[in-house]
Design a protein around this ligand. Structure first.
Ligand code: FE
Length: 281
């Protein structure tokens, strides 16, 4: 069965952290969540005032954040002792688990900062697990060439040709592909039936069985096991899919749990220093 476009989301302009301007595509009034995806933010600007404030220290519990930078540099630091820089083309997949406090700050004072952050829910069994990171730079992401006019960078999941993504994930069997068309091209692949899936267009315009999706739009796909995407000219888009958890979700700010009581506990643990070691960026 073909996966067609079910809904197109243009996102809501908002700001988060210390005044970072962004577009919220998932986690908004138009699309509350797409289980297991809780939030998808796109940020992109060449104006320092839109990003320079960054995301000073803040906590997370109960889910994962996946940050992919298309341009620029972000420095991260956390309460567990990790720190590093995500550079252009790099991805960080962070499991906050039982709790982490971290900062995510631009490592630049000018130029373009452009990327996306996706929040991936954790099942009850893993919400209180130890924090864990997977990080990969531009050169560490497997690239699959599909003829002269199409290639994809495989961040997670396995393509029909057998390219295995850079990130391993035992819980939601994710696909996270960054697909590039240099001109008129067609891309097709398999997506496991039952997974929730979406496309986010970074550049240009694509069509899914004749329906168009343009730059900065997110298209939620119907269920099925096959996708075919075409473009009349150069384009770049993300194709992301994951197995739904089908669990109750209670969320507030930086915490995502199953029940309201667990959310209250997260706030209490944060305030008492039990969620994570207090941390100064
Ligand atoms: Fe964060």
């Amino acid at each position: 069965m073909k996966r067609t476009i079910k809904k197109i989301i243009t996102g809501e302009k908002t700001s988060d952290g210390k005044g970072v301007q962004l577009t919220r595509l998932i986690g908004s009034s138009a699309l509350d969540m797409l289980d297991p995806f809780l939030l998808m933010d796109a940020f992109g600007s060449d104006k320092p005032q839109d990003y320079i404030g960054g995301f000073p220290p803040h906590p997370h519990r109960g889910f994962e954040t996946v940050t992919y930078l298309f341009a620029g540099k972000m420095r991260h630091k956390d309460s567990v002792g990790n720190s590093g820089i995500i550079e252009t083309g790099g991805v960080q997949w962070m499991r906050a688990g039982k709790g982490i406090i971290h900062s995510e700050m631009p490592e630049q004072e000018e130029g373009v900062l452009f990327g996306v952050q996706l929040w991936v829910n954790l099942p009850t069994t893993h919400k209180m697990s130890e924090p864990h990171y997977q990080e990969v730079n531009k050169t560490g992401i497997p690239k699959e060439i599909r003829g002269g006019d199409c290639f994809l960078k495989v961040i997670a999941g396995k393509t029909k040709n057998g390219t295995q993504g850079a990130m391993s994930h035992d819980l939601i069997d994710p696909l996270y592909w960054d697909i590039h068309f240099s001109q008129h091209a067609t891309f097709s692949d398999k997506i496991p039936a039952g997974h929730n899936a979406f496309i986010y267009v970074i550049e240009g315009e694509i069509t899914v069985y004749g329906e168009s999706v343009t730059k900065n739009q997110l298209a939620v796909l119907s269920d099925g096991h096959h996708i075919e995407i075409k473009s009349a000219s150069s384009a770049r888009f993300l194709l992301i899919a994951g197995k739904p958890l089908n669990e109750p979700v209670s969320r507030s700010g930086p915490f995502v749990m199953n029940t309201d009581e667990e959310i209250q506990q997260a706030f209490a643990d944060y305030e008492s220093g039990k969620l994570a070691k207090p941390f100064q960026a």
